[in-house]
Design a binder for this molecule. Structure first.
Ligand code: HEC
Ligand code: HEC
Length: 211
């Protein structure tokens, strides 16, 4: 009898410990070994990636980082919502808690921003689209969703300010041709489909210099 009660108490305690682990808050410190072993090589140990093909993650909203990591993962045999061979491989082995911890870690780092590029004509075009869009084509201002200074609006609209222009340009083109299709309500696909190569480059160069 005593043995039985003890067993019941023990399994209750284990059950509680397990439940609290499942609901654990994001712990950036727990992400550090993964950052050192996997992510840091491409995104920088502090989320300031050393090369333009790999996006900077520092200072990004944790909710957005978490969403992207989940989207890179293929679930139930279905293709990933955001198809990318490199990041698909990275995300495959991450648990939900790993992704929360990593999102908190990179979100808590300080961004080292890029500089604006291009000539005056191009910067002016980028600024015009960023601030005002183009009403004649129903192209909304980027600032409306990503903030006047590109800081984003938590948690759905990512920060773009200071990102590598090459990465921003590549994402806009990927939205335009449908290679990236994980934007809610096709928001970015509709917008990018209205933009020329020149406009995409101009706005990407402009955004790199936003603070
Ligand atoms: C081999 C290089 C490499 C490694 C290692 C790597 N990444 Fe990436 N990561 C990339 C590339 C390239 C992209 C851009 C993918 C694209 O073009 O859509 C990316 C994109 C991302 C994004 C999307 C960012 C955005 O602004 O939408 C997140 C989040 C991310 N990586 C997190 C991680 C984490 C966390 C790890 C470690 C578990 C990791 N990455 C490891 C190369 C890498
Ligand atoms: C109606 C709201 C809205 C407007 C306007 C908008 N965006 Fe976005 N944008 C989003 C959302 C939402 C996402 C996140 C998609 C996701 O969850 O993967 C996003 C993502 C992006 C990304 C990917 C960021 C990354 O880190 O991978 C880029 C680049 C981008 N937007 C550029 C722009 C530019 C440039 C404009 C103006 C021409 C613009 N956006 C206007 C809603 C908007």
């Amino acid at each position: 009898m005593l043995k039985h009660v003890l067993f019941a108490a023990l399994s209750l305690a284990v059950g509680v410990a397990h439940a609290s682990e499942e609901a654990a808050a994001a712990d950036p410190a727990k992400a550090k070994p993964l950052v050192d072993q996997m992510c840091g090589a491409c995104h920088g140990p502090d989320g300031n990636s050393p090369v333009p093909v790999n996006p900077k993650l520092a200072g990004q909203f944790p909710e957005y980082i978490y969403k992207q990591l989940s989207n890179f993962k293929s679930k139930d045999g279905k293709p990933a919502e955001r198809a990318n061979p490199i990041m698909g491989g990275m995300a495959a082995g991450l648990s939900d808690q790993d992704m929360k911890n990593l999102a908190a870690y990179f979100g808590g780092q300080t961004l080292k921003p890029e500089q604006a590029k291009g000539d005056k004509e191009s910067i002016d075009l980028g600024q015009k689209l960023w601030r005002g869009g183009d009403a004649s084509r129903h192209l909304p201002a980027c600032a409306g969703c990503h903030g006047p200074a590109g800081a984003g609006i938590p948690a759905q609209f990512p920060r773009l300010a200071g990102q590598y222009a090459d990465y921003t340009e590549a994402q806009l083109k990927a939205f335009r041709n449908g290679d990236r299709a994980n934007d809610p309500a096709q928001m970015m696909r509709v917008i990018a489909s209205k933009m020329s190569d020149k406009e995409i480059k101009a706005v990407a160069d402009y955004v790199a210099g936003l603070r």
